[in-house]
Structure formats: C-alpha cells, structure tokens
Design a binder for this molecule. Structure first.
Ligand code: HAM
Length: 474
C-alpha cells in the first residue's frame, strides 16, 4: 500500500471579509508570497481546488445583496423621488462610479473623514489612480464644467440615484456600499434654492409616509466671515486642549469647525460655550440666512436652528442642513448645503450652488420600523396554462402576443401538470385562466376559464384578446 501523499499547505486568498481563510491561511505564508510574486499568479487554480477545501464566499463586510423581496423598497424610494423632483424641473444625470482620486481630494476636501479614512482607491493597469465615488457632488460639478452647462439656462437642476462607497466601520445604518438620491441646483445664489431642496426632501419623506423627523439648519458663512470666526474658535479650544478627545485634538489643527459636532460628551460640553458662527456672519451671509429662514416660515416648514451643525465635508458655505430622526438613534436621513466655491475650486468659473443627498438604506429602515406598507404592483389577472409540448410552445408565443397587447399575464411554463398549474393560477389571484392544450393548439383555439365560477368557454385564438378584455371589465 502506498503512503498517502503529504498535503502541501497553501495560503488561501484573502476572503471577501478581509481575513486569510482558516488554518491553511496561517500556515502557508511563504507559499502564498511565492505564489503572488509569480508572473503566473493570475493563472493559478482556485484555492479550493488546490487544497480540496470548499471556499465559502460571502458578501464583503459592510455590503449586502438586495434580494427580489427587497427591490420594491428601492423602487418605491427612487420612484417617489423621480416623480417629485421631475415635477420641479430636475433632470437626471449619471456619472461613472469611479473617478480621479484628485477630484474628491480637492472637492470633498483633504481634511475630511471621507478622504482621510473612507476612500476605496485603486491604481489601474494604465497607472491611473481612481476612487469608487464616496459621494456624488464633485462628480456632478465635474460634469457641469466638462459639458459646459454654464451656457445652459441657469440654474441647472440635476438629480442622481445610485451607489456610493465609503470604507466606514459598519454598524446599524452605516454601510460600505449604500445608495443615495442626490439633488443639485447649480448656477444661482438665491436662498430660494436652499429652501426648495429642504422642501423637496420634506415632500419626498411625507409622500413615503415617514414620520418623526426634524430639519436642522445653520449657516457657516463664507470664507471671509469664517476665517475670523475660525481664529476665535481655535483660540477658545486651544485653552482647553487637554479636555478634548483624541480626534478633536487632531481636528483642531486640520478642521476646527468639526469640533463643534463631535459626539463625545466632553467635547459636546465644551462646544456649548464655544463662540457660535452665526454671531460672526458677514452682512451678506447674515441676510442670506435670514431669507432662508423667512422662506421656510413662509412655507410652514418647521426647522430647528442648530448652531453646532457644520457638516463633515469641506466645500460647504453659508446654509447647511440635515434631516434627522427624532428617536434615540438621531439617525441622519439626509444632509446638504450650499457650496458656492466648489465649481471654481474644480476649475470652473465662480458659480454658486446648493445640494442635498439622502441615504436610501436609512430611509428604507425607517419605512420598515414605522411599518409603512409599500403599494404593491397589481398582480397579473390572467394566468396562462398549457398542456402537452405543443401547448407549451404555443403558450410562449401567446404570452408575448398578450404582453404586446398590454395584458399582464402570469405563467408557470416549467410545470407540466394541469392540476399544479391551476393551483398556481388560483394562488396568484388571477381572474381568468387561459388553457392551451394539444387539441386547442391544433385547432387554433383556446379555453377561457373564469377562475371563480369555473365556467369555461372555447374561443378562437384570434378572439382571445377581446374575449379576455371583455371578461376583465365585468
Ligand atoms: P452626506 O451627509 O455625506 O452628504 O451623505 C448624505 C446621506 O447619505 C446621509 O445623510 C446619510 O443618510 C447617507 N449616508 C452617509 N454615509 C452613509 C453610510 N455609510 N451608510 C448609509 N448611509 C449613509 C453628501 O454625501 C453630500 N454629497 C450631500 C450634498 C449634495 N451636499 C451638497 N450636495
């Protein structure tokens, strides 16, 4: 008897969850390094075949599959959004999900958490550095400049819906791939646009049936008034530096405004006595904000003035706002603000703009927790039943003909027994079953069966559409 061959330990590839798989992963470090260094590395056989062990793949951490039974939530949120924002003159725009890293470093801001900690960057074979978009706004601004939208009638109102990528620590309501609906109004400084966005998000939430959220607003001024304010703020915090959390000590150097919205208790207490930006606004910023608030009052949109609201992205000027749940979670559903310097910063002409984005998964979690029912699509009222091979083939053709005539039909072409097909028809709630057997197919006929009464009638296939429509009207 020959001795069993000694198993060679090979390093498993990193699992989608970012850990080397099992014991083999730990033991085979050297082999793994050799394999990766080899120019043949790309042609290696999958680890499961090399080790004989099955690899269990899972979605990457912080991401999720959207299964068929979840799709209606996404369709509902994007459907309501599209319908409302189109009525207000917003046009759809799609941009690539990856872009030049520098677009975001410059646009979102090098000192922000998004850029410092959360970017999914990669280098292409051609040597380009790209990032999976961590937000929409810089991409939309790039497109505005690149396609000369300055020459379009201003303001240009654009909306996008799609995936966003941030390498954050996953937790409830915080994912690494999530979806946003995003609205931008570019080319007009009027405060009416800030309010229009707040109103639109309110309308979307109301139409979806969401309750228990509030709108918080603040103005963080322009670069002129903010620079004086920043000096005061740094002065205030420097004196209390030792009382700050580790992150805030760092922020004090890079982005002192962010100290105001730190969630740490000790930093929150210090923020209470910090100078408030609103007291240091220049006259223009002050008037702009006053008009935002007066227009919100005019429209009866309730809001809370939050002097600590600064938002986490560098490009904001003047108005900033957030939609938050009023429960203990204080979950942020949407956030936005004005960004009057960003277009210039990214290479365009000085152009004022304002925008907002909402997290679709967070909205869906609220729809579920508030037990808000999603209107379901009306199920097909006609069920196609076949008998025999010829009946099945003809059914496929007939299905398409009926669909072309605007009739919604259900079928179970994979089933063969008439009993199980009629059972499925019954379960579907269809009003009518169309039965196409071998005999009917040969004679160019079809049976129309009323599912409730069981009454059946044979009609010629040419008359099936009118026959069905007549019965559905009854
Ligand atoms: P943001 O506040 O970074 O703003 O994101 C907007 C919304 O996306 C948040 O209010 C939240 O609902 C959702 N969100 C953010 N991070 C996550 C995550 N990790 N998982 C799930 N949902 C998340 C922006 O992105 C700006 N571009 C908004 C804007 C548009 N400002 C001007 N124009």
């Amino acid at each position: 008897m020959s001795r069993p061959k000694k198993k060679t330990m090979t390093r498993l590839p990193r699992s989608p969850r970012g850990k080397a798989g099992g014991k083999a992963g730990k033991a085979g470090g050297k082999a793994g390094r050799q394999r990766r260094a080899s120019p043949q590395a790309g042609r290696q056989r999958p680890a499961s075949r090399q080790t004989g062990r099955k690899v269990k793949f899972q979605v990457p951490k912080g991401t999720f599959d959207i299964l068929p039974n979840e799709q209606n939530y996404y369709e509902r949120v994007s459907g309501v959004t599209k319908q409302l924002v189109s009525a207000y003159g917003f046009l759809p725009i799609n941009t690539p999900i990856f872009e030049d890293v520098q677009l975001f470093e410059k646009g979102t801001g090098a000192t922000t958490d998004v850029i410092q900690k959360e970017m999914y960057t990669f280098k292409t074979k051609g040597g380009d550095y790209f990032v999976l978009r961590p937000e929409f706004t810089p991409s939309i601004v790039r497109a505005y400049i690149e396609h000369g939208m300055k020459s379009w009638p201003q303001p240009v109102k654009l909306y996008s819906i799609g995936p966003i990528f941030r390498h954050e620590k996953p937790q409830a309501g915080r994912f690494r791939q999530f979806h946003q609906f995003n609205l931008e109004i570019i080319g007009e400084a009027s405060p009416i646009n800030d309010v229009l966005l707040i109103q639109l998000v309110t309308l979307i939430f109301k139409k979806l049936g969401i309750k228990g959220f509030n709108i918080q607003v603040n103005s963080i001024g322009c670069s002129d008034c903010r620079s004086d304010y920043k000096k005061l703020l740094i002065d205030y915090y420097r004196k209390q530096r030792r009382k700050l959390c580790r992150h805030c000590r760092e922020r004090l150097k890079l982005n002192p405004l962010r100290l105001l919205d730190c969630k740490e208790e000790k930093c929150r207490q210090l923020a209470n006595n910090a100078p408030q930006v609103i007291d240091y606004l220049c006259e223009e910023c002050h008037n702009h904000f006053k008009e935002v608030l007066e227009t919100l009052d005019e429209l009866d949109i309730p809001y809370l003035l939050n002097p600590y609201l600064v938002r986490g992205l560098d490009y904001y000027t003047r108005t900033v706002f957030e939609f938050r749940l009023e429960d203990d979670s204080l979950l942020e559903l949407a956030g936005g603000g004005r960004y009057d310097r960003l277009i210039e910063l990214l290479g365009g002409k000085p152009t004022p703009a304002v925008g907002v984005a909402a997290g679709i998964e967070r909205i869906i979690s609220v729809l579920k927790s508030q037990d808000i029912k999603i209107p379901r699509e009306v199920p097909p009222r006609i069920f196609l039943v076949h008998l025999g091979e010829l009946g099945r083939k003809r059914s496929l053709k007939l299905f398409e003909e009926l669909r072309n005539k605007g009739l919604k039909v259900a079928e179970t072409l994979s089933k063969t027994s008439i009993k199980s097909q009629l059972k499925a028809a019954d379960k579907s709630g269809a009003k009518i079953a169309l039965i196409l057997g071998q005999k009917e197919a040969l004679e160019n006929n079809i049976i129309i069966r009323d599912m409730k009464s069981g009454v059946q009638e044979t009609v010629s296939i040419e008359r099936v559409v009118s026959g069905v429509k007549k019965r559905l009207k009854k």
